[in-house]
Ligand binder design. Structure first.
Ligand SMILES: *Cc1c(COP(=O)(O)O)cnc(C)c1O
Length: 381
């Protein structure tokens, strides 16, 4: 079955009322039978709830995973993976890993005793050289946010499996997790390339309407790793509410078609900006000039809706563009129906990696001609 069909049907709740659109189950507790068993299959809303269960089943289905877990945000999902590691373990991430993920590694998980290295993930030998006997996780983010750098998922998985043998780690000793937020389940399948887990900020394309904060992990196997993170989710309780689970499933039904339009529009906008005299560089894996284009073309079916540009000028000129747009909204986040533009360096602060003249564009579902016209009139600094 194809993803469009799965996206419509996978979250169905089997209810006696025969609702086509699921009801929202707000109850935090569920009646037990006389013998203490749970006829409805649920005990209490932290461990499980009908809407969340439906969402998790749907998430696993659209990405052909064995199981999925949903969280209250993408960052909570990432934290779920990091909490499954032990003090002393070492993590490898890209030099341009999403800023929020870096904060988790740098500020929160260092108290837990995790260590990490940042490497150029485009250089497989640099990844290999960064591995130590304590390395337990390689965190791949491709394409990256906001520089859209592309990493070779299968190549990184092959390195991890080689070290499993070298370190004599039993099953899946060196995990590969892939932040699939920017590419999405529609355009990229890291689990099929051998990754153990994919992570999504569901806040972005899967829910798709800038009205849900959510995260997800999808697992290649429903084994001990899944069980461990399931316990973290269940006991820690960083879970979406029934309404958020419901909204995410509502968004998911149109996700494959939205994603096609995002990718198509972004390709047009990227090609237009690539020829624009006020633009110094366009970072979009769909452009043949992008250094990761060939790998992207191999591991992605389309190139997604996110791109970034460097204007010919300084920070002040980039700000002028944000002030001049009329259809793009000057706002953070990505993956919604509305197009967004944002100056990343001022969000990331002084330690951020984004160049001062960089603007990130989330290309929405408006007509691409209107978006290009808007950018053209805004690029007049
Ligand atoms: C937004 C985002 C996150 C964090 O997700 P939240 O839902 O904001 O917590 C992680 N990775 C990437 C690539 C993102 O774009």
């Amino acid at each position: 079955m194809k993803i469009e069909t799965k996206a419509v049907h996978a979250g169905h709740l089997n209810e006696s009322t025969r609702d086509v659109t699921a009801a929202i189950h707000l109850s935090t507790t569920f009646e037990k039978a006389a013998d203490g068993s749970l006829p409805g299959g649920h005990l209490y809303a932290r461990p499980s709830n009908p809407n969340r269960e439906a969402l998790e089943r749907a998430l696993a289905t659209i990405e052909d995973g064995a199981a999925a877990l949903s969280f209250s945000s993408g960052s909570a999902a990432t934290l779920g993976v990091l909490h499954a590691l032990s003090p002393g373990d070492h993590v490898i991430a890209g030099t341009d890993v999403f800023y929020g993920t870096l904060i988790l590694l740098k500020s929160l998980m260092s108290n837990w005793g995790l260590t990490y290295s940042q490497v150029n993930m485009q250089d497989l030998s640099a990844v290999e050289q960064a591995i130590t006997p304590k390395t337990r996780l390689i965190w791949v983010e491709t394409p990256s946010n906001p520089l859209l750098s592309v990493s070779d998922i299968a190549g990184i998985v092959a390195i991890a499996r080689k070290f499993d043998l070298a370190f004599n780690l039993t099953t899946r000793g060196l995990l590969v997790a892939c932040d699939n937020t920017v590419a999405t389940s529609m355009n990229q399948r890291p689990l099929q390339l051998g990754a153990d887990i994919t992570m999504h900020s569901v806040t972005k394309y899967i829910s798709g309407h800038s009205d849900v904060l959510g995260g997800a992990l999808i697992f290649r196997e429903a084994g001990p790793l899944f069980e461990k993170i399931h316990a973290i989710q269940r006991e820690g309780g960083s879970v979406p509410s029934p309404f958020e689970a419901w909204l995410t499933l509502r968004g998911m039904q149109t996700f494959p078609y939205r994603m096609r339009a995002h990718s198509e529009n972004a390709q047009k906008v990227a090609e237009f900006l690539n020829k624009h005299p006020k633009v110094e560089a366009v970072h979009y894996p769909g452009l043949p000039s992008h250094p990761g284009h060939q790998i992207a073309a191999r591991q992605m079916t389309a190139f997604g809706g996110l791109l970034s540009i460097q204007v010919k000028g300084r920070q002040a000129d980039a700000f002028k563009v944000c002030a001049a747009v009329k259809i793009f909204t000057h706002a953070t986040s990505l993956g919604g129906t509305h197009s967004f533009i944002e100056h990343r360096k001022s969000v990331e602060g002084e330690n951020g990696r984004s160049p001062e003249n960089l603007l990130r564009l989330s290309v929405g579902l408006e007509h691409p001609d209107d978006l290009m016209e808007d950018l053209d009139q805004a690029l007049r600094f």
